[in-house]
Write a protein that binds this ligand. Structure first.
Ligand code: 3PY
Ligand code: MG
Length: 270
């Protein structure tokens, strides 16, 4: 079994469930994970620490990766941009995997793989003083020898060139997961989210990932959306964001308190 929880989950579970952390709060992540079953019993195997659009920066990484790693899930950091130095800082702070936005070409993907791996495979700079701490039971030498090579490399397909080049991207060695950002995908392609072209692009990415033996993942607005995507064959789905739950949950209870419970419509946002 890999020290990277999500890698084990992707190998052993039909679907790997995760959620989006946009607040820099270990307490929020732990509260959710403590209440959930183990991933092998249907719980979460990963948490996306969102340093692209969330209120999270690299001074939060160490505490968040440790909190999540020790609750039995993999902390995956979405860095703001596919920059070498950003990826290095996220891995050194203890990320079990890296997600990068806006992968347009196979060259983009190959660079991300290279930034995630030590030489001779890649170019990652050396200095993992703190990286092993978020992997329960992993000793420093074990991180160097094995675990670093198992960190997950995830790129987001969320642009027209990304879709047009997706078969080549999917074949990049060392890349583990193609992750669709449906919101950017629609905006960048200038098509309607949920419309025919958008769905066709999503299915093309799914097919390319599967044909290349890679995992396919997608951001979902809620559990219904996540169920539909997993039934389509996605291996990894996020079910909602932390703030999505807080906002919707508070409103639902307020409506109940006022005796004005409304029928809930489809959730359609972040
Ligand atoms: C998108 O939908 O663009 C995403 O990146 C999901 O967070
Ligand atoms: Mg996006």
């Amino acid at each position: 079994m890999s020290a990277v929880t999500l890698r084990s989950a992707l190998q052993s579970q039909p679907v790997s469930y995760g959620f989006w952390l946009t607040l820099p709060s270990a307490a929020v992540a732990k509260t959710i994970l403590r209440r959930s079953p183990e991933y092998s019993e249907g719980g979460f195997s990963w948490v996306l620490i969102d340093a692209e659009h969330g209120l999270i920066n690299d001074s939060h990484y160490y505490e968040l990766t440790n909190a999540i790693g020790h609750e039995g899930a993999s902390p995956i950091i979405r860095v703001p941009w596919p920059e070498e130095w950003m990826i290095k800082r996220a891995l050194d702070a203890g990320a079990h995997g890296i997600m990068t936005p806006m992968c347009h070409t196979a060259e983009d993907a190959a660079k991300v793989v290279s930034y995630c791996k030590y030489p001779p495979v890649g170019v990652r700079g050396y200095g993992p003083m703190f990286a092993p701490h978020s992997f329960p039971g992993v000793k420093p030498a074990e991180y160097d020898e094995k675990t670093h090579g198992e960190v997950l490399v995830v790129v987001q397909i969320e642009s027209r060139p990304g879709v047009e080049n997706v078969e080549k991207i999917a074949n990049v060695e060392g890349l583990d997961v193609l992750f669709i950002g449906p919101f950017d995908l629609a905006k960048q392609m200038r098509v309607t989210r949920g419309g025919e072209e958008h769905e066709a692009a999503i299915l093309r990415v799914l097919k390319a990932a599967k044909s290349a033996g890679k995992k396919a993942a997608i951001f979902c607005s809620d559990g219904d959306d996540a169920l539909r995507r997993s039934q389509q064959g996605f291996d990894m789905v996020s079910i909602i964001t932390d703030v999505g739950v807080f906002g919707d949950g508070m409103l639902r209870e307020l409506e109940k308190a006022k005796g004005t419970t409304k029928a809930e419509g489809k959730r359609d946002g972040y």
